[in-house]
Design a protein around this ligand. Structure first.
Ligand code: AMP
Ligand code: ZN
Length: 492
């Protein structure tokens, strides 16, 4: 039986996962910047880490999962310039910044709940940890890794390079990094173009500000994650995650701050989820190339032909490995939905299976379960896990003709294990309320009877009956469409 291996972005290796303080696991994931609604790309990253949280819990670990809320310090530009994203939105909408933070934090939690993501153990905010961030800056200044200039404090890459390498996570040399950085235009306080802000003195217009020994100002974006991960998980912890685009500069700077302050880079494993694309381009708030995860559930987007259940969307997401790019398309979602409902139907078949056949069948459930674990142990290979679930569905179908395939005990164990993998680990919801295989089938059967009655009424020119049927269905949210091929229906 294999053990869990995770791919560490820092070393580029697939390594066995051994927690520092087993059975406890410390996991930190960079949360959203709450100046706008999360899009489906953000959702994909958070669901990837929900999968990891669920799998670690399934393996019996006691996970302290910290996912922060970035509610200050994230400027429009990665080069420490531009407005704070939250302050800008507050200015545009003439609201208090904390009203913006509250609105989008509540929205983010609602999306996470709708997609059946488990809440993290701790959800700390940047504004709630200004004291810890100031203490961290003091330590970096005392150890010589930072310098003050005109009320702002910067991390010194040149000093840091005397002791530690920089650029390992993004796999870039200092020369490459320097070449990619604009000169110090407008940032004369910095000694080196790669230096980054730990504390910035607030200009008169900057509304989010706190007192500090250096100036009334605000912390740099990278600092909050170093301060909060260290506070809640220690200087050395197990896993740090985020989307691929956070590798540089965010996580690279976090590692430098951690090493400067504690001598440890923070996490033993750095995990990065790959991007969701729409029309081949990265989904990003900045370009507006986005899909709202709530619109998928309502079928409310020009990119969609219909509404999807949260389970179908999660199934689509986990059918790709978290480190692969995933392109969104309505047809891929439709295929995912079909596959997902096939698995739900298999569960129904198992639940209703008559007792019969031998106790154990010819198809080995324990061996199959071992293959499921094997898949997840290989860096959370959810597409292979899903392929295994389809294999199980085939065995369930074969067992319907021949109860010696699963056997009665085998079928009972398979039902329980399929539910575990699908609901506990993959986070799919049983969906009693929406169009799961069973309910969809029942609705289709009832609607075919009703549409047949209506067809007969129309053939005999009984328009009042035909219209009454259509209107009654519309009252219940069922819209009938008449076409050349006959009538079809959809649920609004
Ligand atoms: P943000 O709120 O912009 O800081 O992003 C929250 C999380 O979503 C971060 O971990 C990002 O790396 C991640 N993210 C942003 N865009 C995408 C995308 N298109 N696909 C997957 N993850 C993304
Ligand atoms: Zn972070």
């Amino acid at each position: 039986m294999s053990t869990l291996h995770l791919y560490d972005s820092l070393t580029g290796e697939l390594r066995p996962f051994e927690p520092i303080h087993a059975p406890h696991v410390g996991m930190y994931v960079c949360g959203p910047t709450v100046y706008s609604d999360v899009h489906l790309g953000n959702t994909r990253t958070f669901l990837s880490f929900d999968l990891l949280f669920r799998y670690l819990t399934h393996l019996g670990y006691k996970v302290r999962y910290v996912r922060n809320i970035t509610d200050a310090g994230h400027l429009e530009s990665d080069a420490d310039s531009g407005e704070d994203k939250i302050a800008k939105k507050a200015r545009l909408e003439q609201l208090e910044p904390m009203e913006i933070v509250q609105r989008y934090t509540v929205g983010f939690r609602a999306v996470m709940q709708a997609y059946n993501a488990l809440p993290p153990s701790i959800e700390p905010t940047a504004t709630g940890h200004i004291v810890e961030q100031i203490e961290l800056i003091k330590k970096l200044l005392a150890d010589g890794f930072a310098y003050e200039a005109n009320g702002s404090v910067y991390f010194s890459i040149e000093t840091y390079l005397k002791t530690y390498p920089y650029g390992e996570l993004s796999g870039r040399s200092i020369e490459d990094l320097e070449a990619g950085t604009r000169d110090l235009d407008g940032q004369q306080d910095k000694r080196h173009p790669l230096d980054f802000a730990l504390w910035k003195k607030a200009s008169t217009e900057h509304i989010m500000r706190w007192p500090s020994p250096w100036s009334e100002g605000f912390p740099g974006w990278h600092l909050e994650c170093s301060a909060m991960s260290t506070k809640y998980l220690g200087a050395e912890f197990d896993i740090h995650g985020g989307g691929m685009d956070l590798k540089f500069p965010h996580h690279e700077c976090e590692i430098a701050q951690n090493k400067g302050a504690t001598g440890h880079g923070g996490a033993r494993f750095w995990l990065h989820a790959n991007m969701l694309t729409l029309n081949g381009k990265r989904m990003a708030k900045s370009t507006g190339n986005t899909l709202d995860p709530r619109d998928l559930l309502a079928g409310n987007s020009p990119h969609l032909t219909k509404a999807y259940s949260p389970g179908a969307v999660r199934f689509f997401i986990h059918q790709a490995h978290y480190r692969s790019v995933l392109d969104f398309s309505d047809s891929a979602l439709q295929a995912a939905e079909k596959g997902y409902y096939r698995l739900l139907s298999s569960l129904d078949v198992l639940r209703q299976r008559p007792k019969g056949g031998p106790a154990h069948g010819s198809w080995s459930v324990p061996e199959w379960n071992g293959r499921c674990s094997e898949a997840m142990n290989q860096d959370l290979n959810s597409p292979v896990l899903i392929a295994q679930l389809f294999d199980a569905a085939k065995a369930v179908a074969a067992d319907q003709n021949d109860p010696a395939v699963l056997g009665s005990d085998g079928a009972a164990t398979l039902l329980q294990l399929m539910e575990t993998w699908m609901f506990d680990v993959l986070g799919l919801a049983p969906e009693p309320h929406s169009a799961s295989g069973k309910y969809q089938k029942a609705l289709d059967a009832a609607m075919s009877v009703v549409l047949d009655l209506r067809r007969k009424a129309r053939e005999s020119k009984d328009w009042s009956t035909s219209d009454a049927l259509r209107d009654a269905l519309a009252q219940g949210g069922i819209v009938v469409k008449d076409g050349a091929e006959g009538s079809s229906y959809r649920v609004e």
